[in-house]
Design a protein around this ligand. Sequence first.
Ligand SMILES: [Zn+2]
Length: 348
Amino acid sequence: MESDPPGIQPRRARDEDPATAASSSAEIPAPTGLVAQPAEARGRCLWRKGGAAAVSWGAASTVGRRKEMEDAVAVAPAFMALTCERVGGCAAPPGSGEVSHVRFFGVYDGHGGAQVADYCAKRVHEVVAEEWDRIQNPECWKRRWETAFHDGFKRVDNEVIDEAVAPDIIGSTAVVVVISGCQIISSNCGDSRALLCRGNQRIQLTIDHKPDREDELMRIESLGGRVINWQGCRISGVLAVSRSIGDRYMRPWVIPVPEISFMSRSEDDDCLILASDGLWDVMSIEEVGDMACRHFRWQRRNGLVDGVSPAQAVADHLTELAYQKNSSDNISVVVVDLKSRSRRRPRQ
Ligand SMILES: [Zn+2]
């Protein structure tokens, strides 16, 4: 029995800018990458299938048991307006696409202060879009996105110093997902995570950058860094992530270099969840995915509660649940409902 109605009032994402704030609905298409899998040949663009690519979303953030709120969330529904074909990885035959919105979702988990995370929430989507536009005649669409994310993260990292956004002992993780008609493109720096729920599958789209991850440990040690276990593995006994934006005092070991993954969208995709480690520290990928899917099913049976969209209700619920499970950190969750609105309608 799924009897748990949504019952939470965590704080909403702090960014009140309508271009980047939480919660609303729209349509979309999009995905491929790192953890991800081969694209399926469907021959049809999800965007073209009468709204099968529609998405809605919700976001929730709470300071939790911390004194300061250092997480930030960005939702940019109008990130880009492109044909699915131009985004790349479209399953439809060339020339058949219409222009549609490409959406952008990001969660940034700051440490040492909120400045870098807040700055990322304002800037990363703008800068990545500019870098993507700047690339002429890309050798392939994936390469274009990889370059846009690499250069975009590097540029934001430079801006943090050049524009005196924050001292060099402050930094932020970044997990970002771009959704088009046929693709889900994820970019990650640090230990915030993106999870895709596809039917019964729970697919982690990003791999955490922790100092004890084998390849990260080798990279850090080859540069003369030391990883010390001090309440978890930390670089120089201090920083518990091996990649981030900011944190200049930890160069060359800590780098603002993202890993990118690409995933072709499937009609079986249920939802996407981005969150800071305030959620992942107390809930596994399976727990989060199962809870989200159960909640969506409950919503489908019972309809909207107080006019709150299912995605918002799930974001609220996961945030509250992590708090109840004694998360000691800030908690930020973005939920993207990947089912079309028509399929999400409550049964009569
Ligand atoms: Zn497409």
